[in-house]
Ligand binder design. Sequence first.
Ligand code: SF4
Length: 231
Amino acid sequence: MAQSYLLTKSKYIRGLQCDRALWLDVYNPKLARYTAEQMRRFDHGREFEYAFKDTFPDGIDISAELKRNTDAYPILTAQLLNQEEEVNLFEAGFLYNDVLVLADVVHRRPDGTLDIYEVKSGSTLSETYKRDAALQHYVIAHCWEVNKFCVVYNGMSDKSDLSDRSDNFKVVDLTDELAAQHSEIENNIALMKEILQHGEPATPTGQHCLEPYACPYQHYCAQGIRQMSLF
Ligand code: SF4
């Protein structure tokens, strides 16, 4: 059965970096190769995220209920948000304009509005984190009324001891800044949908393959260059 969505947050971020990487992420993700260092960073990020989630002991983890059935995330999320007067959800799903996002922590307030916390393990609030949060805000705000949207990052350092959590979590409210970016995001999504209607872009490699993230398709694109050089 076809998925109910075309893009996710990670695909959107990939698309901002390179149209070809977006295309590969959607149509041929098995080609991606991650280094041991990248995998270590993912693990550290998850550890930091779990530590923040532990500060909401009554949170309901949608991903534990539904696992890989991502199409069902927005349905269960809406059910729980409608049923409960006040509730904390982890990995709550929201779908709008063919984009699915999963929010790290969502708190439904008694007035029915939402507080969102997006957790990032880095020690500075980077532009990439903000772009990522802006997409989340765009999707969620079209599904539900958002009271505030915060990015949580590691105020100590990437290597800080998570057992001493009190000072680690720096919480920054970006609601107004993110809300101002909706039309730009809408344009980006339209452009990405257009790219995905066609064949693989022949984008050449360059500096953009390394920033802001090391692209996992570098070996594949380098192969293409080698093949082309035969001619
Ligand atoms: S290696 Fe470079 S050109 Fe190839 S998909 Fe990645 S970012 Fe794009």
